[in-house]
Design a protein around this ligand. Structure first.
Ligand SMILES: [Zn+2]
Length: 362
């Protein structure tokens, strides 16, 4: 009976999605906004989150991130996961009406000694919102150790707190994008667009947004030359597709390879939409960038996948771009400033630099 109920819910959601597509992006967006973050009833009956709509706009992400960073290291650190979860519960997922004053009001309501958790003690959905936001955002902001220019042509190692994920596009390379999540695609079968397309020049170095393990690499009839990197905590899988014909990937990458945030993993291209390998099937060169959430391994494949609208996050990540240099012999690009953070396995917690390094205490 429970299985039947679950199937009915999934069926209903599929029908719901189809209806949204038929009536266009605007309507789909509005319905999505009111769908809050978590299918709460399901999350309570089974112990993992089944669905997440990530519709937080850029300005809300930016405001919450700035508050998080400015309170970090103080007696009351206001994590953006908590503040965004609070706002999401309060606005019923209607992020389209977000204003910075909503966050100011929250800070006011907290007074001197309360935390968002205290205000939401009796809200039964807050916990799920937090779990969902934590899964989406915990690889984006946090403590990091990284190499940085020392001002004398060398490199120093600094510890900091802030954006630790990178833009998927290397520093010095342009791109354009718009919020194209959910628009319909017709190659193969009718389906929704589950990512964000970043239009740029062929050969633009593609950067690992977050560190993790390569879990898929090679040809896919939709994505062309594509690579998927799973975060070390297993919650997020980043998908980079339509990479360059002939030389799609950075050297040495294979399934199981571990990469760091900011590392060059491949090159922008226009491959895909072909059962035959190495075919340029796109009309416009672009990176297809997606993020899949995984609360339970059954969500990795099949019909229960959770893909997020990455548009606002890509905008935010634009603030942290990885510097790269071209190797004149091989023509390959390499990152300049290495990083690591606490989520990395022990043997990856080291800094490798291309210039003489000085250790600086900050
Ligand atoms: Zn795409």
């Amino acid at each position: 009976m429970k299985v039947l109920k679950d199937r009915l819910v999934v069926l209903f959601f599929c029908l719901f999605t189809v209806v949204c597509c038929v009536f266009g992006v605007q309507l789909s967006r509005r319905i999505t906004d009111t769908a809050v973050t978590v299918t709460q009833t399901e999350a309570t009956t089974k112990n993992y989150i089944k669905w997440v709509d990530f519709s937080v706009p850029y300005n809300a992400l930016r405001d919450a991130m700035e508050l998080d960073i400015s309170t970090y290291g103080t007696e009351r650190h206001l994590s953006w996961i908590d503040t965004l979860s609070y706002l999401s519960c309060k606005n019923g997922g209607k992020w389209s009406e977000y204003k910075s004053t909503q966050l100011d009001k929250l800070v006011e309501a907290l007074g001197d000694d309360l935390m968002p958790d205290d205000l939401m003690k009796t809200n039964k959905y807050y916990r799920f919102h937090k779990e969902a936001f934590s899964a989406v955002l915990s690889g984006i902001l946090g403590e990091y150790t990284k190499a940085a220019p020392d001002g004398n042509g060398g490199v120093k190692v600094v510890e900091g707190y802030g954006l630790k994920a990178y833009s998927p596009i290397a520093e010095g390379f342009g791109y354009s994008h718009y919020d194209d999540f959910g628009v319909s695609r017709s190659y193969g079968y009718k389906r929704r667009h589950l990512g964000n397309d970043l239009m740029g020049s062929i050969g633009t170095p593609i950067i690992a947004v977050e560190g993790g393990t390569v879990e898929a690499i090679g040809w896919n009839r939709y994505g062309g030359w594509r690579i998927a990197v799973r975060s070390f905590d297993g919650k997020r899988s980043y998908y980079y597709a339509h990479l360059r014909r002939n030389r799609p990937y950075a050297e040495g990458l294979e399934i199981g390879s571990r990469v760091k945030a900011g590392q060059v993993i491949g090159y922008l291209g226009m491959t895909g939409y072909s059962t035959e390998e190495n075919v340029n099937g796109m009309t416009v060169p672009h990176l297809h960038f997606g993020m899949q959430l995984i609360f339970n391994e059954v969500q990795k494949e099949g019909t229960n996948q959770i893909w997020l609208d990455m548009y606002a996050l890509v905008e935010l990540l634009n603030k942290n771009k990885s510097s790269v240099v071209k190797d004149s012999e091989s023509g390959e690009y390499k990152r300049v400033y290495d990083v690591f953070d606490d989520s990395y396995p022990d043997d990856m917690r080291h800094i490798t630099t291309l210039a003489p390094t000085e250790i600086t205490e900050q």
